[in-house]
Design a binder for this molecule. Structure first.
Ligand SMILES: [Zn+2]
Length: 120
């Protein structure tokens, strides 16, 4: 089992559906959302939720909180979610920037409940 599958398994189906609905309510415009990392357009029927701080590292940073809380979840395309795996967001973004897949600055990432998580 990959880390990805492991993580997906930890969030129950009903919780994931509820969180996806929160993301759609807060961010979709005419059925379109954007991946917070590569900014690719995603349809509301086909996107993933990424743990901004990976579950494996979250407990070390915030032992008393759940990694599945809405303030740690972001809208993400399947490709970024798989590529990010267990990396911290800053680590993953620096890879995307080196490959010129995203701008060097003016990046703002919000969680599905509209918490500003990162500003570069
Ligand atoms: Zn992406």
């Amino acid at each position: 089992m990959t880390n990805q599958e492991h993580r997906r398994k930890k969030m129950s189906g009903s919780r994931r559906k509820r969180n996806k609905n929160i993301a759609i309510r807060n961010y979709s415009t005419q059925g379109i959302l954007n991946c917070v990392y590569c900014t690719k357009e995603l349809v509301t029927s086909n996107f993933t939720l990424d743990h901004f701080i990976p579950t494996s590292k979250f407990k070390k940073q915030k032992p008393s909180e759940s990694p599945h809380r809405t303030s740690n979840l972001v809208v993400c395309c399947v490709e970024c979610n798989d590529a990010k795996a267990d990396l911290l967001p800053q680590e993953f973004l620096s890879i995307l920037r080196k490959e010129n897949l995203i701008p060097k600055k003016d990046i703002k990432i919000y969680s599905i409940n509209k918490t500003l998580l990162l500003e570069i």
